[in-house]
Structure formats: structure tokens, C-alpha cells
Design a protein around this ligand. Sequence first.
Ligand code: SAM
Length: 213
Amino acid sequence: MQGQGNSRCVPVSLCLKHRVPVSRNVYLALIHYPVYDKHKAIVATSITNFDIHDISRAAKTYEVAHYFLVTPLKSQQELGRRIIRHWNEGLGGRYNPSRQVAMGKITVVDSLEMAKQEIFGKWQARPVLVATGAKIQEGFHEKLVTFQQLRTDLQKNLDTPYLILFGTGYGLAEAIYKETDLILEPIRGVADYNHLSVRSAVAIILDRLFGDR
Ligand code: SAM
């Protein structure tokens, strides 16, 4: 990827430069409440260090506007902010500057509502909410969009903010699917096994929406 003089082999920064306009209006939210636990009860999950790091790095790689870590639990908010501060201001950033760059894209917020308000403050427009999930959501077929449809919409609507929602625990609660405008078709692998980590799902989805074709 680092070679020059070959159109299939351009520096990564050059590819990114071309992608920036396409994803600059796109936000990610990792929802820790309301989500399901394994008994289908609505719970607030704990934040995960890996989700902070790996999704921030994917967010930066695909130059999305911002990544919101959504949790109403104060102790979890404090923990999340402490981890982010360590990389933004503390020893972590000096030790690993590229990680610091990625961590510039993440903030912790109380609720989905708060993320929406922050986006509204920047764009003077409410974001189009796009939910994700491992399964087709029964009862919401009219909201279903394919990767290709969403990719095309995003290329056309550069002045409209989009907020893509990802779940934790056993997935987003029905209330979230009710609220969203669109539901992205699930990623299908080749096996019946369908248990991607959210970090893998984010990376695959960002690449299908913004990656080279
Ligand atoms: N504790 C889990 C982990 O290992 O990351 C969290 C699982 S959580 C249910 C996974 C989230 O990733 C889903 O809510 C959805 O946002 C996304 N996801 C997982 N599999 C997916 C798929 N096949 N298609 C689309 N999104 C998927």
C-alpha cells in the first residue's frame, strides 16, 4: 500500500483524503442502554476498553465525524472519560501518538438524546438514525436498507448528518428500532454462526459504506 506510481498502490493518506467528504457527516454511537441481556431483559451494560480503542481507531480510519459512547451510568461515564483522558492528555498519548489521534474522536454521553442534540447543535438538523443488528428486525421491514442503498444515500446527502447506532450486550432494545429512521441489513458471513463482536461489525460496516470498491 505504500508504493507509488501504481494506481492500485497509493499511500493510505491519499485514499483517506478522497474519502473524507463522504463520511464527515456520519456519527457513530455505541449504546450501553437500552440493550438486552441474554434473558431479553433491558439492561445497561458495562463499557469495554476494547470498544473504546478499536472503534475509535475505525472511526478515525474512515474519518467519521465523531463516536459517542452512550451510557447513563455515572461510574461508567467516569471510567470511560478516564480512559479517554489517559490517551488524550496523559502518558498514553505520549507513548502512542497515533492512538491519541484516534481518541480525539470519542466522547461519553448520557443518552442517545444527548448525542442527537450535540449533532443538532453542529448541523442545525436532526440526524438520520440508522440502527444495526445481527438479525432482521421483525415488524420493521419498511425501515430496512441495504448496504448499497445506504452507501448511495450517504454519497448523495453530504449535508445531512447520519448517526449509526451499534448495540452492546445482546443487542439494541426494540425502543431503539422504533425510534430509528432506517435499519441497516445485517452483515452475513458464510456460516450460520452470527456472533460478531461489535468492534468487528463496526469495521465491516464502515468499510462497506466508505471503503474502496
Ligand atoms: N458483547 C458483545 C461483543 O462481543 O461485542 C456485544 C454484542 S452486540 C449484540 C453486537 C453489536 O454489533 C450489535 O448490536 C450490532 O450493532 C453489531 N452487529 C453484530 N453482528 C452484526 C451483524 N451480523 N450485522 C450487523 N451488525 C452486527
